[in-house]
Design a protein around this ligand. Structure first.
Ligand SMILES: [Zn+2]
Length: 257
């Protein structure tokens, strides 16, 4: 994938120029939000989740990987403990946004190794998602941006895309797919796929719930604080990165060619 070709040509370099719409633009039900890691649903779509929930939409959350690689060297939080912690954090975060635990599904794929079509495990993951999609029958799906710099995000998009292509029933023909950027916000990683001539990007107004979204993000204590303090290589969302998810709007990409 090409990287850093022309950062100024990204829709993320001047987001305030993108059109701003209200939640009515996408208020259909059921809604499915797909997160590659436990926290992406909150960072990328927390405002949309809270607003759709408040309108009475049936909002379902699918967390694809187990998040167990964020602190691989921690003795206090070995993989099994970290996996449980991150699932509990998702439940806390979603509770803040009004989503019940029964509306959250954890696929449990390995963090850092979500399978691509070339990998073993891809077909099984597609099948699991296909079954899930048939049961939920969403009208709107939020997916990670297909060219996100993080491989797990791209693989998640591929799994869901393959599952959607296999669905003949249960999925609406009017299905709306919205993609949300995460790691393209980081200038050191930003790809060149978000060229305004290539993507239809717009902003969702989340002004009324932006504080609630910040509260929900803070529920991911393992990712935003020094909670796990025995792994110097452990992952932590930087203040700079978190700033991008504190705006009174969220960015969505739609109708990719
Ligand atoms: Zn992620």
């Amino acid at each position: 994938m090409l990287r850093n070709a022309d950062l100024e040509s990204s829709v993320l370099s001047s987001p305030e120029t993108l059109p701003l719409y209200s939640i009515e633009r996408i208020a259909q039900s059921p809604v499915l939000v797909v997160a590659p890691h436990p926290d992406d649903e909150c960072l990328g779509c927390g405002g949309a989740i809270a607003l759709l929930q408040s309108l009475g939409c049936n909002v379902q959350i699918l967390v694809v990987s187990d998040g167990a690689m964020s602190h691989p060297n921690s003795h206090k939080y070995p993989a099994a403990v970290l996996r449980s912690l991150r699932a509990a954090e998702t439940q806390s975060a979603m509770q803040i946004l009004g989503i019940e635990a029964s509306h959250i599904q954890f696929l449990g794929l390995p963090d850092g190794a979500v399978p691509t079509p070339e990998d073993p495990g891809f077909d099984e993951a597609v099948l699991a998602c296909w079954r899930y999609l048939e049961a939920i029958a969403p009208q709107v799906i939020f997916l990670p941006w297909r060219q996100d710099p993080h491989a797990d995000h791209r693989a998640t998009w591929q799994i869901l895309q393959a599952a959607l292509q296999q669905s003949h029933s249960g999925i609406s023909t009017a299905l709306r797919i919205l993609e949300y950027p995460i790691w393209d916000w980081d200038l050191t990683q930003r790809g060149d796929g978000l060229n305004p001539e290539m993507v239809n990007a717009w902003r969702l107004d989340i002004q009324t719930v932006v504080e609630l979204k910040q509260e929900a993000i803070a529920a991911y204590r393992s990712q935003t604080t020094e909670l796990i303090d025995d792994d110097p290589q452990g992952f932590r969302l930087s203040a700079d990165m978190l700033k991008h998810f504190s705006h009174p709007w969220e960015i969505y990409l739609e109708n990719q060619p």
